[in-house]
Write a protein that binds this ligand. Structure first.
Ligand code: 3EB
Length: 339
């Protein structure tokens, strides 16, 4: 009896986080939660925006949601530190940084400095644990071999994380996507007062163990991070593509890349559920929302058709036009999932 009663009592002191894609009519926050920040997806800068709106210069395609709101428990406050804009709550801090980069310019140093500034800020404000980072920048596939923009980005990020003492087990869930030429380098992150647990994918080589052929420094991200909140779990899934082991599969085929990507996401969710003390067998009954990045607009109908087999009736997906870090990949999917 005592055990039963205990389980029903909600403990408002525990960290809470929820994510919801938003259509034209904004949804209300889940009961008891407040908006921490929202992403607004638009190809170009709009007018003046509220402090808690983080603009991402990426175009929503199709007629799906154009914003994504992140909610948390308790009071929320915002501030600026030079070019970094942040919102913070009792447990989480969200930060957003935009820096102009020009075509052909090396970005490893710019990325390294941006990361160092962000990491210094989150530590100074008492949220030292990196949970989730989104990296968007133009011309991601420009340049050859080790001079490719994505590889330079990975180098700069690795140097900064290393310098500040973040090791593999501390790597956040990540996304790195190419935006149109002329857009700024944009780094948005979610940091916490408490650590998360990194989750790796049994079907994929850990990105931080990719072989040398993929660049001078391997990408510093975990496949997912698991947060525990109020007796529930929240899994933040990194951008996931049609990669098995460390190799890309299904060169250029949209439908097959969608299917392989969802095999990866489901394997990761199953692994996370097992890691969360076996509370859930697999990801049945999941409550997830997704973002799909699609390289070619014209692949939208094929992508939608393939997606239908993987999304549950209650699940929403934001679809954005973005470049993927390997040329043969035509799409990437990220997710947030509560269970
Ligand atoms: C991959 O699995 C695809 O460099 O932060 C996905 C998610 C990818 C994050 C990153 C890259 C990143 O390697 C690419």
């Amino acid at each position: 009896m005592i055990g039963e009663a205990k389980r029903r009592v909600s403990r408002p002191g525990r960290p809470m986080l929820a994510v919801q894609p938003q259509c034209a009519a904004r949804g209300a926050p889940p009961t008891g939660l407040t908006e921490l920040f929202r992403f607004c997806f638009a190809p170009a800068a709009g007018g003046a925006q509220e402090d808690n709106v983080f603009a991402l210069f990426i175009e929503p395609i199709g007629d799906g949601p154009r914003e994504e709101a992140w909610y948390t428990a308790g009071e929320v406050d915002g501030g600026h530190a030079v070019d970094i804009h942040f919102m913070e709550s009792r447990f989480y801090l969200a930060a957003h940084l935009q820096t102009a980069v020009s075509t052909g310019q090396r970005i490893d140093d710019i990325v390294c400095q941006a990361y160092k500034r962000l990491l210094t800020l989150v530590r100074k404000r008492g949220y030292p644990h990196l949970l989730r980072v989104w990296n968007l920048f133009p011309d991601i596939n420009a340049g050859c071999g080790d001079a490719e923009r994505y590889r330079q980005f990975s180098l700069g990020r690795a140097v900064a994380l290393d310098a500040l003492g973040y090791r593999e087990r501390h790597f956040p869930a990540g996304t790195a996507i190419g935006t149109d030429s002329g857009t700024p380098l944009t780094i948005s992150l979610l940091a916490g007062k408490e650590p998360s647990h990194a989750v790796e994918n049994p079907r994929q080589t850990s990105a931080y163990h990719y072989p040398r052929q993929f660049g001078p420094r391997s990408p510093s991200f975990s496949r997912a991070v698991l947060l525990e909140l109020n007796g529930k779990h929240q899994l933040l899934v990194s951008g996931t593509a049609s990669i098995v082991g460390h190799e890309s599969y299904h060169d250029g085929s949209v439908g097959q890349q969608v299917n392989e990507t969802f095999r990866n996401i489901e394997a990761l969710m199953t692994r996370a559920a097992a890691q969360a003390k076996g509370k859930l067998a697999g990801c049945a009954g999941r409550d997830a929302c997704f973002r799909l990045y699609l390289r070619r607009r014209e692949d939208l109908p094929a992508a939608r058709e393939a997606l239908a087999a993987h999304l549950q009736a209650n699940e929403q997906i934001v679809i954005l036009r973005g470049d993927i870090c390997r040329r043969e990949l035509v799409l990437e999917v990220e997710a947030a999932c509560a269970f």
